[in-house]
Design a protein. Structure first.
Length: 288
């Protein structure tokens, strides 16, 4: 074989090996964060699993804490993807926002997000503030809606300390529905205080499994006192379109009932977020 031919073959082999090496080099991992809350971690785990199933490398950075910690991490590029809630995140970026209906809140959020972040498809699943009473109290007073409380006196509302200053707290109850309450800061023991009769009504997140477990009655909010807070993935510009499409499929598949059921499994069966998310994704045909 001539020397020139040998050199051409060697060069071609080198090029093929170089291309093969490039193909085998893993891309930068997608960093997924979550709040320090089991429900949020289950959703984040669902995002991670569906991406891994498609061949992406994922770096899980879960239990990061509250928005004052993880929003700067999203803005700086330390975190690429995060499960959020439309209403609460909108209030974080725009305290003057007036939208309350789900689609309006989502539109306002997309406009309020800073450059470099985008809201992917909103899910039908939500985890938002709601007012709840015991089944007995609802039956005794014929309660189905927040407005029904206006006929009652001596009401005591339980919730986190900051509820006293929230627009949907005592002031909002009065201005929206004419409901007057005395506020009791019950914090982490809010549900227990309600069941024990220490308060008549309680502010509980709508996907809290204890609503189902204890048979609590969530009062309807026809006037939109609360902002809708649907689950929404927040992505940085580092997340490519294929990954976005995969995460959107998760949002499309997840219902409010799905999220509550997964939360119940976490509390009752003490299963890991990975197992709960994996089994849910498989049931929806989103992973193999």
């Amino acid at each position: 074989m001539k020397k020139t031919a040998k050199l051409l073959i060697a060069s071609a082999m080198t090029a093929v090996l170089a291309l093969a090496g490039c193909a085998q080099t893993p891309s930068e991992p997608i960093v997924i964060g979550s709040q320090a809350y089991y429900s949020n971690e289950i959703i984040a785990e669902a995002y991670a699993l569906v991406l891994e199933d498609a061949g992406y490398t994922v770096d899980r950075q879960f239990s990061l804490g509250q928005r004052d910690v993880y929003v700067p991490a999203l803005l700086s590029g330390e975190v690429d993807l995060f499960p959020e809630y439309t209403g609460n995140l909108l209030q974080y970026f725009d305290a003057t926002a007036t939208a309350t209906a789900a689609d309006d809140v989502y539109s306002a959020l997309t406009a309020a997000l800073p450059a470099g972040l985008s809201a992917l498809e909103m899910s039908g699943a939500s985890d938002q503030d709601s007012y709840n009473v015991t089944a007995n109290f609802a039956a005794q007073n014929n309660l189905t809606s927040i407005g029904d409380l206006a006929a009652l006196t001596g009401l005591k509302l339980g919730g986190a300390p900051e509820l006293a200053e929230r627009p949907y707290g005592p002031t909002g109850l009065d201005s929206f529905y004419g409901v007057k309450v005395e506020f009791e800061a019950t914090g982490d023991a809010t549900v227990e205080a309600l069941v024990a009769g220490l308060v008549n009504m309680a502010n509980v997140y709508s996907a809290d499994p204890r609503i189902q477990q204890l048979g609590l009655v969530t009062l309807a909010d026809p006037l939109g006192l609360f902002l809708a807070s649907n689950v929404v993935p927040i992505a940085s510009d580092a997340v490519d379109q294929k990954a976005r499409d995969l995460i959107n499929k998760v949002s499309q598949a997840m219902t409010a009932q799905d999220l509550i059921a997964m939360n119940v499994r976490s509390v009752q069966e003490q299963l890991s977020p990975n197992q709960i998310a994996r089994e849910w994704l498989f049931s929806k045909g989103l992973i193999k």
